[in-house]
Design a protein around this ligand. Sequence first.
Ligand SMILES: C[C@H](O)CC(=O)SCCNC(=O)CCNC(=O)[C@H](O)C(C)(C)COP(=O)(O)OP(=O)(O)OC[C@H]1O[C@@H](n2cnc3c(N)ncnc32)[C@H](O)[C@@H]1OP(=O)(O)O
Length: 708
Amino acid sequence: MSGKTFSWQKDADGIAVITMDVPGESMNTLRDSFNEEVKTVLDEIRDDSAVRGVVLTSGKADSFIAGADIGMLDRCTTEEEVARLSLAGHQTLDALSALPVPVVAAIHGPCLGGGLEVALACDYRVVSDSTKTLIGLPEVQLGLLPGGGGTQRLPRVVGVAKALDMMLTGRQLRPKQAGRMGLVDEVVPHSVLLKVAKIWAAKGKRGKIKPKLSATERALELTPLGRKLIYDQAAKQVEKKTQGNYPAPPKIIEAVKVGREQGRVAGFEAEARFFAELVMTPESEALRSLFFATTQMKKESGAEGAKPAEVNKVMVLGGGLMGGGIASVTALKAKVPVRIKDIAETGLQNALAYSYKQVQKRVKKRQMTPGQADKAMSLLSTTTRYQGIKDVDMVVEAVFEDLDLKHQMIKDVEAHCGPDTIFASNTSSLPIGQIAAVATRPENVIGLHYFSPVEQMPLVEVIAHEGTSPQTIATTVAFARKQGKTPIVVKDGAGFYVNRILALYMNEAANLVVSGEPIEALDRALVKFGFPVGPMTLLDEVGIDVGAKIAPILERELGARFKAPEAFDTLLADDRKGKKNGRGFYRHDGKKRGPKPVDESVYKVLGVTPEARLSGEELAERCLIQMLNEAVRCLDEGIIASPRDGDIGAIFGIGFPPFLGGPFRYIDRIGAAELLDKLRTCQERYGDRFEPSQRLVRMAESGDRFYS
Ligand SMILES: C[C@H](O)CC(=O)SCCNC(=O)CCNC(=O)[C@H](O)C(C)(C)COP(=O)(O)OP(=O)(O)OC[C@H]1O[C@@H](n2cnc3c(N)ncnc32)[C@H](O)[C@@H]1OP(=O)(O)O
């Protein structure tokens, strides 16, 4: 990068406009090297007695500042180096604040992390009402705290409780939300942003900042005892949510507390120190790697050289939970017309109701206007017959896991749709090659595997069988992205990647329950390890019947290590399908929210007396090493193209603990030799399902790692 990032110009009214525009980059990010340049600009402005006010804006079309350059943080090797960066940033922003004239941030586009910290150092903030404008401190998602003064300045502007909420969740606010909170002073159309910012700049320096607080909030915020309640409550919630696995949230609370209770100097000093410590933690390193991985993946087409075709009309076959969800993200996210087909009217009504519920939620949260909701719903239509679909570009089938049924669908679609229509199957276990076997145009057949609940789960697996054309792959990948998903392209094979590694983990959990380990202890152990829910809760959610249906397919295609415990059949014989019929491992008949009690009668059905013999760590480890070993096998067999895809797939598809960076980063962290050792011990004790993969054996010998 060369050239200047900051320039300034004074207008006839004496308002100086500073423009930030990092040369050669699509987005502005903050770097250490800018401090000197900013200092020079501020000196020049201070020396110009004709300047009455300052507006700080971005020269980029659609971004203000997306935060500190994460790559710069990644290159730091010591805490001292990071602390120096943070303190230098504090000095620069203090100098901006200390200008004798009012300073206004004119914000359009992402204003995140260090970007918001810059804006907080200004006297006023004016933002565009564009959907591109996002305001927040997302550092916690990188395992960090705001290190540019955010932990100190935000509480002064919006109050301690709201500041903690923003920093602990990392959530990004829309302009109007930020306005309601008092974080920004005015929300205006983009076209008049600069003009309005200049009016604010002419108003004069702002006096003492007072957060907008309700009477109850004031009672809490303005007394030491009240604030103690806020800190304690936040700490309790953080512990519950993170199980102590993430080091950043407690540091965020501590930095706010030090600043509020011991004063400005102590607060800024604590922030820089904690920031430096956090950048060096393996948790932050893993979370930063996710940012780099997902950014890199956004640019990949899935098939080199192929250009995606436009998808202007979609059909979804099957109006069940998955079909309804797929139709919903197609209409609401991708904004593409979608026709749902089901043999039963009730299925269609349920699918429409699913989308209606989604839009209502958004309207309630003011993420959508009622007009936008109506428009989104108008993109959905239903049918019980193949009609009006000649021009659909993509058909996504989400019917039962039955090969004959899927074959029939391919024949129907080929008979009723055009020659280029893509047939995407949402099968979770059947190899796509087998589904495509009856197709006259197998190049149009592909797997597009969503996870439930579709609107929440960020991953999709795109599965190309041997005959899938590169164009079909590229179109499907681009379309999944339009639906707001992160696609990974995986090779064909039973269970693909995610369900394959999940199946062994779930089987092992079931084996542990069958051996008498208490259900809640097992779930607790894996939640403590960092999974969002335990395996038995997950099985109840997904459906014991679904697990039982997939298991034999995986065993037949992949071998005896996938043999599920016979317990599945025993449970089904007792009519236990999980949450869907209210009979599973847990009781589903009580209150809707909060933890459910274990249905003790399940032990009797399984013929076991529950007794905890293994520790939580041992329980978690036994399930986990099965998942890790199988992930390595998938890499070896080319099911996933890279450790990066395997890590993203496990985190976004299963909820593998993000702070560990995914199975492959985790293996690198503990060492292949250590994992091999654990697998061999289990193989001796429990059998060959624990046989280590060949690649792991080789890596343990050579000391190689997945990531350099
Ligand atoms: C001291 C401070 O407190 C510490 C910090 O500020 S840490 C950083 C906090 N900020 C963040 O976490 C925001 C990270 N960025 C994002 O979430 C998203 O990029 C975004 C919402 C801003 C935009 O998303 P989107 O429009 O999809 O664009 P996206 O493809 O992600 O990014 C565009 C480019 O900007 C880069 N970029 C965005 N934010 C960046 C950042 N903070 N650091 C480095 N690069 C960044 C991306 O790497 C990408 O670069 P490329 O074109 O060379 O590949």
